[in-house]
Design a binder for this molecule. Sequence first.
Ligand SMILES: *[C@@H]1O[C@H](CO)[C@@H](O)[C@H](O)[C@H]1NC(C)=O
Ligand SMILES: *[C@@H]1O[C@H](CO)[C@@H](O)[C@H](O)[C@H]1NC(C)=O
Ligand SMILES: *[C@@H]1O[C@H](CO)[C@@H](O)[C@H](O)[C@H]1NC(C)=O
Ligand SMILES: *[C@@H]1O[C@H](CO)[C@@H](O)[C@H](O)[C@H]1NC(C)=O
Ligand SMILES: *[C@@H]1O[C@H](CO)[C@@H](O)[C@H](O)[C@H]1NC(C)=O
Ligand SMILES: *[C@@H]1O[C@H](CO)[C@@H](O)[C@H](O)[C@H]1NC(C)=O
Ligand SMILES: *[C@@H]1O[C@H](CO)[C@@H](O)[C@H](O)[C@H]1NC(C)=O
Ligand SMILES: *[C@@H]1O[C@H](CO)[C@@H](O)[C@H](O)[C@H]1NC(C)=O
Length: 454
Amino acid sequence: MKMPVALLLLLALCNAIKIHGEESNGLCDVNLTLRSRPHSVSILEFGAVGDGKTLNTIAFQNAIFYLKSFADKGGAQLYVPPGRWLTGSFNLTSHLTLFLEKGAVILGSQDPSHWDIVEPLPSYGPGTELPGKRYRSLVNGYMLRDVVITGDNGTIDGQGSVWWEWFTSHSLNYSCPHLVEFVSSESILVSNITFLNAPAYNMHPVYCSHVHIHHITVYAPPGSPYTVGIVPDSSDNVCIEDCSISMGYDAIALKSGWDEYGIAYGRPTANVHIRRVQLQSFSGSSLAFGSQMSGGISDVQVQQLHLYDSLTGIEFRTTKGRGGYIKEIAISDVNMLNIKTAFGANGHFGSHPDDKFDPDALPLVAKITIQNIIGTNISMAGNFTGIEESPFTSICLSNVSLSINSASSSPWQCSYVSGFSESVFPEPCSELNNPDASSSCFSLLKPNGRAAVL
Ligand SMILES: *[C@@H]1O[C@H](CO)[C@@H](O)[C@H](O)[C@H]1NC(C)=O
Ligand SMILES: *[C@@H]1O[C@H](CO)[C@@H](O)[C@H](O)[C@H]1NC(C)=O
Ligand SMILES: *[C@@H]1O[C@H](CO)[C@@H](O)[C@H](O)[C@H]1NC(C)=O
Ligand SMILES: *[C@@H]1O[C@H](CO)[C@@H](O)[C@H](O)[C@H]1NC(C)=O
Ligand SMILES: *[C@@H]1O[C@H](CO)[C@@H](O)[C@H](O)[C@H]1NC(C)=O
Ligand SMILES: *[C@@H]1O[C@H](CO)[C@@H](O)[C@H](O)[C@H]1NC(C)=O
Ligand SMILES: *[C@@H]1O[C@H](CO)[C@@H](O)[C@H](O)[C@H]1NC(C)=O
Ligand SMILES: *[C@@H]1O[C@H](CO)[C@@H](O)[C@H](O)[C@H]1NC(C)=O
């Protein structure tokens, strides 16, 4: 009885791989053309001084104000030469390329008065770390289109140590700023640069469409609290490829708003393609979904990950009161090394923005396929802790081989979860071994870039 069903699944998966292999039409294969800008100015022309001490906020603001006038002439480039360019927060403009030369370092000021204070995001209600306002990011885009941040591996360094200290000692007056944030923007390209020491997130596209991030290096040291690499948040058509990210907390975290505020805002994170990335997370997950996911997260294709030295490899997080969904996620070709828990799905994760959330707003977690995984020096294979009133369903594992380092007699822990598995070692819990669930297993993407159910 089990064999034909299993064989059917295997055949179907093989077909999907053939169609969507290296030459597939996943989102990342859609070329975002990098047009060269007809005009370029150097930040030096606006009086900037790259000595690491002079504050250059006004120079950046003036340069970008000047470059606004080129928006209808094909846009313009702001060139940042080698040097250490200290600045407070500044805004970008549409049809702009910010180019960081080799040896160019944009340094975030360690004086909070150099960072503007703004309202929290509507999908997060009263705000994240602290209720109320938040610091604006170092580099900001609001309602922009066609913006490129690139260079010859120049650096944006948030000098976040002061923020981490304030966060840890509870002396912040507003929520921590991020390094680069785009709000309600589209056609954003970020490539060939290094992000260091963000106060919180490094790259935060929120309410955005068509965001392509590639060849970036992101680092924050162990112990930096809640530093996160890339956070696609209520955004769609996002490609992240060829990046190397090592973070205090999560390396990549997909989000879409918080409880009743995220549900009301109703903007999902969808159509995301992540491939060829190396991720490390000291105290969080290499790749996380949620826990703020109230607008929904779906149609996510992940391929060719290398995850190492992390607390959790891949984790799905939610809790009662979130509403929303995490569904139609296809993850394949993952190599894991030195990971405490390879896979996690946690239905009791995180807190609430206030006590106005609806405890009956149950999240849906379904149609997640994980295949072609090799793991070495793993302590726990999987911890799937679903929600009694809304169990996680159609969780499908195929061709997973994990070498477990501990003498733990139960490498898998499962409750309120169901799914199917095929060629999984160590043998998963019975909840994930239900042949009847195989028909609802989720496949890789179709050629048109949309995910589909088998
Ligand atoms: C995208 O660009 C690459 C490199 O320029 C090229 O090889 C490839 O054919 C392009 N793909 C499409 C679909 O145009
Ligand atoms: C930056 O953009 C915001 C809108 O997001 C605006 O309120 C603010 O005044 C701008 N700051 C400067 C210096 O232009
Ligand atoms: C990225 O940087 C490398 C070397 O640092 C260079 O060879 C490559 O052309 C750059 N790519 C883009 C898109 O600028
Ligand atoms: C860019 O710089 C970072 C840090 O300096 C380095 O780790 C990384 O390897 C560099 N990337 C490239 C492509 O040269
Ligand atoms: C928070 O506000 C207090 C009172 O105005 C001030 O003394 C303190 O320096 C502020 N903290 C930070 C991190 O800015
Ligand atoms: C195995 O991984 C753990 C972290 O989970 C690490 O502390 C340990 O050094 C690793 N062992 C080996 C032999 O690499
Ligand atoms: C199983 O996964 C491994 C690791 O990704 C891969 O090398 C191998 O080809 C896969 N086997 C099948 C039958 O797909
Ligand atoms: C599995 O996750 C649940 C929920 O977070 C937690 O309570 C439990 O301790 C975890 N189990 C193990 C063995 O880590």
